[in-house]
Write a protein that binds this ligand. Structure first.
Ligand SMILES: [Fe+2]
Ligand SMILES: [Fe+2]
Length: 165
């Protein structure tokens, strides 16, 4: 299904998610897993596969800028600014259901299911890597490479050194 997302796979905003942490693994892994599941579920539910896989790859872009219920809208706005069609943006908005807005299209339901399935897969990936230590090594690397956590951990470290500051 990669031929449906070739352009997005080369988008710097998507590529930078390799350095962002999501569910303790690279966000990119979560997005790729969501793409994989959304393609499968789209075929099962006779939904538009192109819409589903594009929405899946974008759905958590800039998620840190929002909350549990609002980050779908942030990613959808980014998608719209990139010229994605209304169907893709609609699917992204409601991907956190039952948190936030309710899905209104078949493709939106596909993304809800694919995201949940991918999240379970993320957990499996993380737990699997705990046994040989790779998960914790990768997690430490992500804490350093992800600007969001880098700032947070530096601030916490400073606080520990100087609690009154
Ligand atoms: Fe999300
Ligand atoms: Fe997600």
């Amino acid at each position: 299904m990669d031929h449906l997302i070739t352009d997005l796979l080369n988008n710097p905003k998507v590529l930078e998610t390799r350095e962002h942490m999501h569910h303790s693994i690279p966000k990119y892994d979560h997005l790729r897993r969501s793409v994989k599941y959304s393609a499968r579920i789209a075929r099962m539910l006779h939904a538009d596969e192109r819409v589903c896989v594009r929405a899946a790859l974008i759905h958590d872009i800039d998620s840190r800028a929002g909350t549990l219920t609002t980050h779908g809208k942030i990613a959808a706005d980014w998608a719209a600014a990139q010229g994605e069609c209304a169907q893709v943006c609609l699917a992204i908005v409601s991907h956190m259901f039952p948190f936030g807005p309710k899905p209104t299209t078949r493709e939106a339901w596909v993304l809800v299911l694919a995201d949940k399935a991918a999240s379970l897969g993320d957990m499996k990936q993380f737990v699997g890597g705990l046994l040989d230590g790779t998960s914790m090594t990768l997690r430490r690397q992500l804490l350093e490479s992800d600007p969001y956590y880098r700032v947070k951990t530096r601030r916490a470290h400073k606080q520990r050194l100087n609690p009154k500051a």
